[in-house]
Design a protein around this ligand. Sequence first.
Ligand code: 7RM
Length: 391
Amino acid sequence: MLFILYTSGTTGKPKGIMHTTGGYMTGVFATTQWVFDLQDKDIFWCTADVGWVTGHSYIVYGPMANGATQVIYEGSPDFPEKNRFWKIIEKYKVTVFYTAPTAIRAFMKWGTQWPEGCDLSSLRLLGSVGEPINPEAWVWYHEFIGRNNCPVVDTWWQTETGSIMIAPLPAITALKPGSATMPLPGIDVKVVDEHADEIKVGGGYLVLTSPWPSMLRGIYGDPERFKQTYWNKWKGHIYFTGDGAKKDKDGYYWLLGRVDDIMLVAGHNISTMEVESALVDHPMVAESAVIGATDDVKGQAIVAFVTLKEGQKAMADIEEILKQHVVEKIGAIARPRRIILTADLPKTRSGKIMRRLLRDVAEGRALGDVTTLADAAVVSNLKERYSDKEG
Ligand code: 7RM
């Protein structure tokens, strides 16, 4: 065994994911080369916390095994000012920069004056990891950080997979904003339905159908849960990722988030990600988290928690404006029942939104496990505000 990493703070009781030396190292060594195409002159910077798998795989093991030159930073992105990251890139002439959509949306919220005041001309490649990157954030990242001059590689993978599974190969794969594109060589990915039948074009469950070097070797102390969680949804050797995805006619994969987060509204499946993406497409919105709250009539009704951009005033009819915007982007079926404005969203330390806690808030329940929440005050504030308004 090399390490145990506890994961899935977003959905429930954390699982101790086990990785071993040879396979894991092979996976991260190869994918660091393939996806980031590191050369001797490169200066690589992955902004992840080392306690997240991204920090393990793409700060500690992958780049180090490749002998890469790296920037390693532990500190906040907004101190002493909101240009801290751009100052670091300027100072150390970073060439490859790897960060998360949650960070990109914070940069967007702060405004373009911060990156614009720094010299980012050393950058040649940008990466994204951790959640689906909405096209709006992808385009902003490409334009204001990459100065329309750097490919953006969206990389899909999990603590369990150990290394990147779906991502473009820079200068080889044609990019589509918002898509992680296609599986890396040797990685067998499929989108399947309830019966494990492959969906060649369209949406379904994302599965892996052959082993790969850096696959997890189990859940520490709980082999039964390992089988149940990943291997028992279908017969045969099919690893279930827990994510939903759509495959388009060109064979590109579009990640839809965890299947547990998909809503059923009046008989229609709507992913929280699609509604969130429509909301952040509005010029006033910085970030949003969408959940399905139990509804007597529709089964589930859409409730959206929304953070506005810095300096943006909340006018009286803002809820109606945003609801209408979602209707225009997706259709009447996706019209949110409520929009709740909030300064912060509950997140894990790696920046993933904890929708489970927002469902607890919306349905007036006591909060479930909050041990993986980065800032506990965020949900208690929301809980107070939500019940005020509902009454
Ligand atoms: C690397 C990491 C895993 C879950 C995974 C997805 C989501 C991660 C992307 C993504 C869409 C991406 N490990 N996820 N990367 N969704 N596009 N590029 O995040 O174990 O902490 O989380 O994160 O739902 O299953 S993790």
